[in-house]
Design a protein around this ligand. Structure first.
Ligand code: KG4
Ligand code: ZN
Length: 335
């Protein structure tokens, strides 16, 4: 089964081709440079950029994958930005209609969870942390198609916290990669920022962000050099430790043997190191997809569509939904 997938939920225009669930070609055209002057994603600009970039991305993915008849076209139905989602949906449905094959709408979060399958053979149940600029969700996947969202952020997403802290430190956008880079040279114990806490399996990052803000305001001048690196390392330690510890605790509580991550923040080097170290100590296997499969991509959307099509008939086309909840679609017997 050959699937063409597109992903346009935020600011990456992506297309991929999968053959029997395995990745053949993946193209991601980043719009970061267009949004950078605004220090954040501008939805209207993102929609226009998707319109301009999506067909070229599709053409490149098809060319790289080589000849072969397509059996389905997958797209992201949500969650994400409405305009960008509509561009992906209309493009996918048009291509599918022209080819006479089904168009399959996929939940973006399910894509992040199943991305791990492109490189590993996870054992179920699996606990997956999806942390990006838009979401921080802790998901228990009992099987492909059986999901329970255990917790999510009550305020800022983890990536949003990185971006906001970077901004108040005078760094560029997106801030996550820059904080990660600077933190490597800093002392994570230089400043004792509070470990963010939220009830149950939820997360909260606004308190940590405010703590950094007050700390920076009390400084005589904008931090530079060693001091800046120490602040980045100390913030990053608090954020990464919270994410890692809650994820590993959930895995133990729900009897998962494997743990996975997805989303832009899953590219964070300290989070990856902590998960690997503490996961191994707890007897868990931590599966860390390569960074390109953690950040937004169409390969994960194709994998989720493949899981769905292999299990049954194509789902009814649903509306593009910016707040689409992650729901189970596989029968209980699949566990
Ligand atoms: O998944 P993604 O590419 O796009 C969505 O938000 O859906 O995630 C982008 C987010 C940004 O907030 C960015 O600062 C953060 O992921 N990020 C990182 C790192 N690389 C990207 N945060 C921490 N450390 C990184 N290395
Ligand atoms: Zn994402």
């Amino acid at each position: 089964m050959r699937i063409l997938a597109v992903e346009t939920s935020c600011d990456d225009t992506a297309a991929a081709v999968l053959e029997d669930g395995r990745l053949r070609a993946s193209v991601v055209l980043s719009q970061a440079a267009r949004h950078r002057p605004f220090r954040g994603v501008v939805p209207e600009l993102a929609s226009r950029a998707h319109l301009e970039l999506l067909l070229p991305a599709v053409a490149r993915a098809l060319r790289r994958a080589g000849p072969g008849r397509l059996d389905a076209v997958a797209y992201t139905r949500g969650p994400g930005l409405m305009g960008p989602l509509l561009v992906g949906k209309v493009t996918a449905q048009t291509l599918a209609r022209l080819l006479g094959v089904p168009a399959v709408g996929v939940n973006h979060l399910e894509g992040h969870v199943l991305a791990v399958e492109l490189e590993y053979r996870p054992r179920w149940p699996l606990v997956c942390l999806v942390a990006s600029g838009g979401h921080t969700d802790l998901v228990l996947a009992r099987a492909p198609g059986r999901y329970q969202v255990l917790g999510r952020t009550r305020d800022d997403a983890a990536g949003e916290a990185y971006d906001k802290v970077a901004r108040l430190l005078g760094l560029g956008y997106p801030g996550g990669p820059e904080i990660d880079r600077l933190a490597a040279r800093g002392n994570p114990r230089a400043v004792a920022f509070p470990r963010p806490s939220a009830p149950g399996w939820d997360f909260s990052f606004s308190g940590l962000k405010t703590a950094v803000l007050y700390h920076v305001r009390a400084l005589p001048r904008r931090p530079r050099g060693r001091l800046l690196a120490d602040l980045c390392a100390s913030f990053q330690e608090a954020a990464a430790e919270t994410l890692a510890d809650k994820t590993l605790a959930a895995a133990r509580r729900f009897g998962a043997r494997d743990v996975a991550v997805g989303g832009g923040v899953a590219a964070n080097s300290r989070l990856r190191a902590l998960l690997a170290e503490r996961g191994a100590a707890a007897g868990l296997r931590v599966l860390l997809p390569s960074r390109a499969l953690c950040t937004d991509n169409a390969a994960m959307i194709g994998r989720a569509a493949w899981r769905r099509l292999r299990a049954g008939p194509p789902p009814r086309a649903g509306r593009a939904d910016p707040a689409l909840p992650l729901r189970s679609w596989a029968p209980l017997s699949s566990i």
